[in-house]
Design a protein around this ligand. Structure first.
Ligand SMILES: C[S@@+](CC[C@H](N)C(=O)[O-])C[C@H]1O[C@@H](n2cnc3c(N)ncnc32)[C@H](O)[C@@H]1O
Length: 176
């Protein structure tokens, strides 16, 4: 969570508000899904601990990524940025950090900065009373992902980026 306003600091399982994912679309894979039984699906396929989703093969799945918080967040974003099928990540809008510069500003195809602050959900699905304590943004990797964020209708400001997601272009070109 973002700061001292975190509802709790003793868990890394803070679930994405389901309406957020519903607004963006259907994803093939969540590689760091909440432990079963999870209150709602976040994708067609889930990888959960003890399987390491960071080391796993993401195949050609379109990925939903709300990664574990902390130092490891950048490694998850780096894997998504290199992932041929692309995806969307939900992260804190810490736009000045080295990780954000390297993995978002220099690699993403667009960012939707959410207005207001999110209320994440606990593992049992209940909504946290406190907000996340920091601003959040959705990050697109791949052309389709940028379009999905732009057209999501979510309350935020979409910023297109001109990075070339070359692996994704190869796939989208092959499908055309
Ligand atoms: C912030 S929560 C997000 C949960 C879910 N992806 C969502 O969007 O609601 C991050 C989740 O990553 C899981 N996780 C942490 N490290 C992982 C790993 N190496 N492989 C798979 N899942 C992991 C945790 O169990 C936790 O539930």
């Amino acid at each position: 969570m973002g700061s001292h306003q975190s509802p709790a600091a003793d868990t890394t399982t803070w679930l994405t508000p389901p309406e957020l994912i519903d607004a963006i679309g259907v994803f093939d894979l969540d590689p760091c899904a909440a432990p079963s039984p999870r209150p709602w699906p976040t994708a067609m396929r889930h990888i959960e601990l003890p399987v390491d989703g960071l080391a796993a093969d993401w195949a050609r799945d379109r990925v939903w990524l709300n990664p574990p918080y902390g130092a490891q967040t950048s490694a998850w974003l780096a894997k998504l940025a290199d992932h041929p099928a692309g995806g969307v990540a939900l992260v804190f809008a810490r736009t000045e950090t080295a990780g954000f510069v390297r993995e978002v500003w220099q690699k993403a195809t667009g960012v939707l900065f959410l207005h207001g602050r999110l209320h994440f959900h606990r593992a049992d699905g209940t909504r946290a009373a406190s907000n996340s304590g920091a601003p959040s943004c959705l990050v697109a990797y791949g052309h389709w992902a940028a379009v999905a964020l732009r057209d999501s209708g979510l309350d935020g400001t979409f910023v297109p980026l001109h990075n070339v997601h070359s692996a994704s272009l190869v796939l989208e070109g092959a499908a055309a």
